[in-house]
Unconditional design. Structure first.
Length: 269
């Protein structure tokens, strides 16, 4: 008879989760104790931050500020991933094109996207198009480099196997080469996700009247420190949630590509 999970798996997972939660819980408790003792207006107590969080980011605040930020983040991230993936495929399969564009790509990769905000403001103006553009730029070149290297570093035996089975053209790319490069591509996508969140916040602080970054900066300038900390709390929650969702999607993709073992059924007599 087989069971989905072994009897000792659940306690092990609970123990691992509890161990990982020790440091965050200790930091939260330490902050609360220090804030209560110091009574410093720059470091409000956790109940005040939570109240500001509910007031600022739920209801109308979500529609007015959070939703536009998430839309810009999603649009810029998807645009950067799609264009970087397409460019990486071209460079990975065309050595002459790669050699010709390598100096330009190397130079662009060293440019911090935040430093280019004035240029994006000049070209795209103030508005969502500027946020989307700078987020896409921050994602594009990392995906481009990793996709190129993933295709170049594929096992040569895969090419021989494709030739034996007469797999060529687009089918070879989709069935053989991209799955082999999946670890490189997914690693770049994970790194770019956190970069995209950072660039989204900074771009809203520079050229936006709405959004998480704009409202957090406005709260700091207005000495509303509860709202400022609530903005940072929202970004922390958003980063953890996006990372968790990406991890689930990454495991599913790698498992489908055959790079992770299938979920064990834990067969027992």
């Amino acid at each position: 008879m087989s069971v989905p999970v072994s009897l000792g798996a659940v306690p092990r997972r609970l123990g691992a989760f509890a161990w990982q939660a020790v440091l965050p819980v200790a930091l939260v408790l330490g902050y609360q104790v220090a804030a209560s003792a110091a009574r410093n207006p720059f470091f409000p107590a956790l109940p005040d931050i939570w109240q500001a969080f509910v007031t600022s980011w739920t209801g109308p605040g979500f529609t007015r500020d959070v939703a536009p930020s998430l839309i810009d983040l999603f649009a810029g991230y998807v645009l950067g991933v799609a264009s970087g993936l397409a460019g990486g495929i071209v460079l990975g399969r065309a050595p002459r094109v790669r050699a010709a564009l390598n100096p330009l790509v190397s130079f662009a990769l060293t440019l911090p996207p935040v430093a280019l905000l004035p240029l994006f403001l000049m070209l795209l103006g103030i508005g969502p198009q500027m946020q989307i553009g700078v987020i896409a730029f921050s994602v594009f070149f990392t995906l481009l480099i990793n996709t190129t290297e993933g295709l170049r570093s594929a096992d040569p035996a895969l090419g021989d196997l494709s030739a034996v089975y007469r797999i060529g053209g687009l089918r070879r790319l989709l069935v053989v080469q991209l799955p082999a490069a999946a670890p490189y591509i997914l690693a770049a996508m994970r790194t770019c996700l956190s970069t995209a969140v950072l660039v989204m916040v900074v771009s809203e602080m520079v050229g936006a009247s709405q959004g998480i970054g704009a409202q957090t900066l406005l709260a700091q300038q207005s000495f509303a420190y509860e709202q400022m900390w609530a903005g940072m709390l929202l970004l922390a929650v958003l980063g953890c949630l996006l990372n968790a969702l990406f991890t689930l999607a990454e495991r599913a993709v790698l498992r489908r590509a055959g790079l992770l073992p299938a979920t064990s059924t834990g067969a027992r007599p």
